[in-house]
Write a protein that binds this ligand. Structure first.
Ligand code: ADP
Ligand code: MG
Length: 421
């Protein structure tokens, strides 16, 4: 099948109202329409959903989309129904549906109305679902958040390991599309191996965020005062401050408030009403700063977050990249400031000590990369991009001078001295 570029653009306009493809989307859509196994690696916000939604809408049959989070699935289904004005075009199949609803979903699939069927991996393992899907026309399988398949990813889900087997049972030649925002070479290898898609056509976007400025400061006992100073220098700007523990979140939020900063806490220990209230306050700019655990941020799409501070260093470079990635979504200024002390690394190690040995080893390896990042005297951007398997040249690359090590180079021994403080 040969697809004219004009047709793709017409379909993009018709279904989504967009005039242009973003980044590598067009090539991905083409690859899927050609029936290739396809592997897509793009940072969060890169526009991965459209890569499978558009070809699904353009093709006969139903595309099965595997996604780990029910809440996210529901959002996506609502969005697709919104663009196509036809409820049956997208469905979720999960255990929360009653019998009548399941009947309706199956009816729409059999009649060729449903182009996208979202399922959680555990629903796919159900015998009755496999039997049903075997009997209908499947256009392709998209595995969103495909890093969940890898123990090296930040969100390993054992159910993902069964997917290859189940896909095999549903049909013989179903094209498989893996999508992820995790770009480490190890995770990529794992995905390709576990999905059985060696030779997949691979599309990898750059992970460079040229407008973000990366800075690491040694963490001393004056860290709170340092943060207060930083926030006051950035008065009126929106920012997120990440802490490791709920307790620290509460304490720091209070210290900021006492110092006249409009800050609210956010962590999973707060009741749902308070969490929603604080999140809304941040989105509506009724407060400037959210002090939060990593519970905050999933799906938060505030474009003008001007700084992300890590009061405690995160447990992996992926986490650091994801969390700092919430700054400067609009392309404007985004200052990423992390405080580092080796004591915090030891704390993270202690957290892991109860876990199975294999998990500890992986955790250790990830943590050592964080140490290397914090202590490095080379460009932070170069370090991060190298970690994601990307070469970066500070002379010619965009944002090449946007980190502390390039702006204020230190000799190596100085950097180490700092850390001992
Ligand atoms: P990802 O899954 O890669 O994190 P999403 O699929 O959620 O990203 O898309 C991020 C945002 O980009 C969404 O708001 C989406 O509507 C928007 N988007 C995607 N493709 C395009 C496009 N071609 N033109 C304009 N906006 C787009
Ligand atoms: Mg996504």
């Amino acid at each position: 099948m040969l697809i004219a570029k004009t047709d793709l653009h017409a379909a993009l306009k018709k279904y989504f109202g967009f005039n242009k493809f973003k980044g590598l989307q067009e090539g991905v859509v083409e690859s899927i329409l050609l029936g290739n196994h396809t592997f897509v690696i793009m940072p969060t916000g890169g526009g991965k959903s459209l890569c499978y939604q558009l070809p699904a809408l353009m093709q006969e049959g139903t595309a099965i989309v595997v996604s780990p989070l029910i809440a996210l699935m529901k959002n996506q289904v609502d969005a697709i129904r919104g663009v196509s004005k036809e409820d049956g075009v997208a469905h979720v199949l999960n255990s929360s549906l009653n019998k009548t609803e399941v009947k309706q979903v199956k009816h729409d699939i059999v009649n060729g109305v449903t182009k996208l069927l979202y399922v959680a991996p555990e629903s796919l393992t159900k015998e009755e679902n496999v039997d049903f899907l075997k009997s209908v026309k499947i256009s392709f399988m998209a595995i969103d958040e495909a890093h969940c398949i890898s123990e090296w990813g930040h969100d390993f889900r054992p159910e993902y390991r069964n997917l290859r087997h189940i896909i095999g049972r549903i049909g013989d030649n179903i094209p498989i599309i893996g999508l992820t925002a995790t770009a480490t070479p190890k995770v990529q290898e794992d995905i390709i191996k576990n999905l059985g898609i060696a030779g997949a056509k691979t599309f990898k976007a750059s992970f460079n965020r040229p407008n973000l400025y990366y800075e690491v400061r040694p963490k001393t006992k004056n860290v709170d005062a340092d943060i207060i100073r930083f926030v006051k220098q950035n008065q009126g700007k929106s920012g997120i401050i990440y802490c490791l523990s709920r307790k620290r979140v509460e304490e720091l939020a209070q210290v900021l408030q006492v110092n006249g900063i409009n800050a609210v806490p956010y962590h999973a220990g707060l009741d749902a009403k308070t969490r929603v209230k604080h999140q809304d306050m941040f989105l509506m700019e009724d407060c400037d700063v959210v002090v939060a655990t990593i519970a905050f941020g999933m799906g938060i799409d505030k474009p003008d977050v001007r700084f992300v501070i890590h009061h405690d260093i995160p447990k992996s470079i992926e986490s650091y990249y994801q969390e700092t990635g919430r700054a400067g979504r609009d392309g404007g200024e985004g200052h990423c400031l992390a405080y580092y002390s080796y004591k915090d690394i030891e704390k993270l190690e202690k957290f892991m000590s109860g876990k199975p040995v294999a998990e500890q080893e992986i955790g250790q390896a990830l943590l050592q990369e964080v140490v290397a990042f914090a202590e490095t005297s080379i460009s932070r951007r170069k370090f991060i991009l190298h970690y994601f398997g990307e070469e970066f040249d500070n002379e010619t690359g965009e944002g090449g001078d946007m980190d502390d090590n390039i702006r204020h180079p230190k000799k190596k021994h100085e950097a180490q001295d700092d850390v001992k403080l």
